[in-house]
Design a protein around this ligand. Sequence first.
Ligand code: AHG
Ligand code: MN
Ligand code: MN
Length: 345
Amino acid sequence: MTIVVKHTATSVVTIERFIIEEERNHPEATGELSGILYDLALAAKMIANKVRSAGLADILGATENENVHGEVQQRLDVLANEIIIKAMDHGGRLCAMASEEEPGIIQIPDEFKCGKYCLMFDPLDGSSNIDVNVPVGTIFSVVRKITRGRHGELEDMLQPGRRQVAAGYVIYGSSTMMVYTTGQGVHGFTLDPSIGEFLLSHPNLRIPENGRYLSVNDSYEQLWDDSVKSIMRKYKGLDGDRRALSTRYVGSLVADFHRNLLGGGIFAYPSNKKTPKGKLRLLYEANPLSFIVEQAGGAASNGHQRILDVEPSELHQRTPLYIGSRSEVEIAQRAIAGQPELAVV
Ligand code: AHG
Ligand code: MN
Ligand code: MN
């Protein structure tokens, strides 16, 4: 008989206890996925500690290096990347990792046991905001290994987002929160720094049906095609057939996504003449947040199809992204692809 514990926001439940209780809903569970989530919560606390004191510990600013995307790496990008790799590489649950900050897949060192999962992550999202004290985040995605052999391979990473077994993000904002799903709803935990524990604060998160916010970088307007321009006019109520959404754009995907998840709305990073394939990365930005938003009753599309159905071909491939309240995403899908509904399997 599975124990289904219903928590409310007033129950004092640590993330570790919540993970164990969720695991009990899966009698076949081996505890490996739970172990990955524990270790990610630990890495999140360590990164939060660095982000919070970055201005004092002389770890702000850029390095002299560029990552595989040609973006200058911030020192906190590199630090967060190292923290996650060191926290995750020896637990024996992963067979490989992939990071926004690493060109290829990250193998598990021979001295450590390999497990049956792959972890893909954006160690620090919104890097351009670090030095100006605007919220940044971490995003992660977990899939099962599908290839034979001990070590993970590229093919294990290149699975469509609907194959994820867990996804989540951490937002280093006015408080540090970790939000994740394993396919049993979306749950938010707030770090209590006085005891160093993530405590359940947002059980069973659902995105509001109707949007309040529009998050888009309008500076690209001249680079959008006409269908994108028509979508933005609609979101802004300029066609007179609906109320205008309030524009809120932080420039950190995690911060914009989190506000819209709680308040309702749409985040849009359309393709444009400068980035025809979009800017955001499919495997460790769009896929994990799309798994979360669908689990919370929302939707995510590249304008033509459901993000979670996109078949990846490259580790760092980019995608246009419309993500948030279902009705808002369907407006974009209709305008771009002429499809009224978002197919969800
Ligand atoms: P990252 O810092 O991991 O490279 O991600 C930055 C992304 C995302 O966080 C944000 O939504 C987007 O870049 C902002 O892009 P623009 O500055 O072009 O609007
Ligand atoms: Mn990012
Ligand atoms: Mn990043």
